[in-house]
Design a protein around this ligand. Structure first.
Ligand SMILES: NC(=O)c1ccc[n+]([C@@H]2O[C@H](COP(=O)([O-])OP(=O)(O)OC[C@H]3O[C@@H](n4cnc5c(N)ncnc54)[C@H](O)[C@@H]3O)[C@@H](O)[C@H]2O)c1
Ligand SMILES: [Zn+2]
Length: 367
């Protein structure tokens, strides 16, 4: 009998459970049935995930007496667009979705973000369930209620806060995920240890290889721990109005610069950019005397040991990267908010970091 861990995201009336374990796709019908006002739902997914995992989900819904339609979108970041949002909303309306209904998002962060946003505006808001199928979506994007799409001006600039009513993180579905995608998601797992839990970082050092080899107990622990870590931060600061939720951006200001430079393409996955960005956050913190150099070396050693990059792979100059940071939504008047660190598990929000200081550091790195 496979085991399931459950994490509750405590947000008062918007609280919900995240179940983590293998075999949850097969149990989805039974778990979702009690939440429905009537026994029907719509599954939203992408073409890749549809071929691999929709049959099992549909069979599970069938067994629970739930009728389902499926809307399948093209895979990839390009689907987080106004055009696909419109197509999805039209599709949901064509399938007769009402405000009392529940929509299921089956896929990675792209499907979760887009479907969550559509659910938040359809008939002024209907409920949705997340069934995340990438490690990144299981440990990050399916938790916390941020939904949205991209525009020409940047990523995630249009969106809403809309919490799911249930998350089913079936670690068994990760078996079909390309290893590179699994590794990229693992960067966000490591992030939680680096933010505020040295013991969890030590656990990652000991168990990261098992996680990436698909060991089900290691995966369940890593996903459930990460969901709990994110849930605690989100519960303290749901709408990022204080500095707490910003801690989740560790490695992301540097990382976004590399992603932007790579044109948000397959050349550099988000998690890979975050790995480099976390290495930068530690190296920069050591460089300005905040963090022991040994901690930065330990972080970099672990990321490299699991095959994640820790150095800028792009030919971009320091000036170009710094300009990407200015365009990042967190920049204000030449000063940036960075997540810096006093060591592993001791990260904090630092406002007013001067862009020219960061550019100087990037210069040194490039030399
Ligand atoms: N809402 C949030 O808080 C939040 C947090 C982090 C990231 N995000 C967003 O998440 C998105 C990235 O998510 P992602 O990395 O999951 O990307 P993704 O959804 O594009 O999935 C990556 C690729 O894996 C494929 N795939 C998904 N599950 C699979 C499976 N089980 N087997 C085989 N292939 C599978 C997909 O078809 C896709 O090609 C970005 O748009 C990012 O902005 C949101
Ligand atoms: Zn991230």
């Amino acid at each position: 009998m496979s085991q399931t861990s459950t994490v509750t995201v405590g947000l008062g009336a918007r609280s919900y459970d995240i179940h983590v374990g293998t075999g949850l796709l097969a149990q989805a019908g039974a778990l979702i049935a009690p939440l429905l006002a009537r026994p029907r739902t719509v599954i939203v997914t992408d073409e890749t995930v549809a071929a691999l995992h929709v049959p099992a989900l549909q069979a599970s819904l069938d067994r629970a007496g739930i009728a389902s339609d499926t809307i399948t979108l093209p895979p990839g970041e390009g689907s987080k667009s106004f055009a696909q949002l419109a197509a999805l909303c039209d599709g949901l309306l064509a399938h007769g979705v009402e405000r009392k209904d529940v929509v299921i998002a089956l896929g990675g962060g792209v499907i979760g973000d887009l479907t969550g946003f559509a659910a938040s505006i359809l008939k002024r808001g209907c409920r949705f369930v997340q069934i995340p199928t990438t490690l990144l979506a299981q440990v990050d994007s399916s938790v916390g209620g941020k939904t949205g799409i991209n525009t020409a001006a940047g990523k995630n600039l249009i969106g809403s806060f809309h919490q799911p009513i249930l998350v089913l993180a079936d670690t068994g579905v990760l078996a079909t995920l390309p290893p590179r995608q699994l590794r990229a998601g693992y960067a966000e797992v490591v992030k939680y240890g680096l933010i505020n839990d040295t013991d969890f970082f030590s656990w990652c050092e000991a168990n990261g290889a098992a996680v990436l080899a698909g060991d089900s107990a290691a995966l369940r622990y890593a996903v459930a721990y990460s969901c709990k870590a994110k849930a605690d931060i989100v519960a303290a600061d749901e709408r990022e109005t204080q500095d707490v939720r910003a801690l989740l951006n560790l490695g992301h200001t540097f990382g976004h610069a590399y992603e932007a430079e790579a044109g948000y393409s397959e050349a550099l996955l988000h998690g890979e950019a975050v790995a480099i960005g976390m290495a930068d956050a530690f190296r920069y913190s050591a460089h300005i005397g905040l963090c022991p150099a040994a901690d930065a070396a330990r972080v970099i050693a672990h990321l490299n040991a699991v095959g994640l990059p820790t150095r800028n792979p792009l030919p971009a100059t320091a000036e170009v990267l710094a300009q990407h940071m200015v365009h990042d939504k967190k920049a204000e008047a030449g000063q940036l908010t960075f997540i810096l660190t006093r060591g592993i598990g001791r990260s904090f929000v630092q406002k007013g970091v001067r862009l020219d200081d960061v550019a100087r550091y990037l210069h040194q790195e490039a030399a």
